[in-house]
Design a binder for this molecule. Structure first.
Ligand SMILES: Nc1ncnc2c1ncn2[C@@H]1O[C@H](COP(=O)(O)OP(=O)(O)OP(=O)(O)O)[C@@H](O)[C@H]1O
Ligand SMILES: [Mg+2]
Length: 315
């Protein structure tokens, strides 16, 4: 795999204003985004996600470090780098009085691309906006405006698409449509970098996950590996007869009793070589505790994320 976006030692300190003192939003970020992957950037409010994306897209100047997109430096080769990028910003910015069709034609032209009515039509249809193409933008619903932002980001056929919280405030159906669209784009070779506060979305969509906290990238890892490495599993045994207390013989397992004594919960570490389940089941058998069912549960990316950020904050 080759990196399509390379970020090296990127720092950003926003200049002090009359009201505020300077603020360091990024502290030495280095990251390679592979061609064709879906990369989810997670982090609490104010972590620096939008700042990072804005620098890559040339909206905000870095204080230090460098970024290249498709091998083009975002400062010295700005036009070439920017031409490869589509950006769906966190804040909606649409001209109110022009039409979707006009705005897409204009956007494509901005990137110096030849007019292509067929591509514009496809993008509008893909985002279910074709029927609204001649409407004034002000007359579109919020969800349609958001879809138009995506259409605008795609109309010059970028290689890399940044989606900064694309599904904030979007209904369930539209959200699923968007994910279908994102998957389709990935299949056509587009690299996708998204931020989201819906962690189940990252869990579902992303190939890799980066967690940023207070301007530092604290983890970058394949989602599956991260969940394996950081995840804990729970085994729940549904007992035939309720227990009043955990039998002393089972002390070493650190079990918990739940559901009025009818469930035994065993938490184990997926990192461990042995889970201890075989031994536990043998011991249960020995002391005559029978169960009628069992289930395992793995901690979600959300739990892992919350723990990571908490550790990073030294709490
Ligand atoms: N133009 C600016 N001037 C000064 N400080 C800024 C500016 N833009 C952002 N910041 C500060 O930089 C930090 C990072 O902001 P940023 O928008 O990158 O966070 P974020 O991770 O995108 O958060 P959110 O999840 O809320 O979108 C914040 O503390 C913010 O207040
Ligand atoms: Mg943001």
């Amino acid at each position: 795999m080759t990196a399509i976006v390379s970020i090296r030692d990127l720092t950003k300190t926003y200049a002090p204003s009359r009201r505020g003192k300077g603020f360091t939003a990024l502290r030495g970020i280095s990251l390679d985004i592979e061609q064709g992957e879906i990369f989810a950037l997670l982090g609490p409010n104010g972590a620096g996600k939008t700042t990072l994306i804005s620098i890559i897209c040339g909206i905000v100047n870095a204080s230090g470090g460098s970024v290249s997109v498709g091998g083009f430096d975002i400062v010295s080769d700005y036009r070439k780098a920017r031409g490869m990028i589509g950006l769906v910003p966190q804040e909606l910015t649409n001209d109110a009085f022009v039409t979707p069709l006009a705005t897409l034609r204009f956007s494509r032209g901005l990137f110096g691309k030849a007019p292509a009515p067929d591509i514009i039509e496809k993008v509008l249809r893909d985002l279910s906006l074709w029927d609204k193409r001649d409407e004034r933008i002000i007359a579109l619903s919020g969800g349609m405006k958001r879809r138009l932002m995506i259409a605008k980001a795609l109309v010059h056929e970028p290689d890399v698409l940044f989606l900064d919280e694309p599904t904030a405030g979007v209904d369930v159906e539209l959200r699923q449509d968007m994910w279908k669209l994102v998957r389709g784009l990935r299949e056509s070779g587009v690299t996708i970098i998204l931020t989201t506060h819906y962690i189940e979305e990252a869990e579902e969509m992303a190939d890799r996950v980066g967690v940023i906290n207070k301007g530092e990238l604290i983890v970058v890892e394949e989602k599956a590996g991260l969940m394996r490495r950081m995840g804990r599993k729970q085994l729940t045994l549904h007992l035939h007869e309720a227990l009043a207390a955990i039998p002393p013989a089972l002390g070493p397992y650190g079990l918990e009793l739940a559901a009025g004594g009818t469930e035994l919960v065993y938490t184990y570490d997926t990192r461990g070589e042995r889970t201890g389940i075989t031994a536990l089941l043998a011991d249960l058998n020995e002391i005559g505790i029978r169960f009628r069912d069992l289930q395992t549960e793995q901690s979600s990316l959300e739990e892992i994320f919350v723990n990571l950020v908490r550790e990073g904050d030294g709490r």
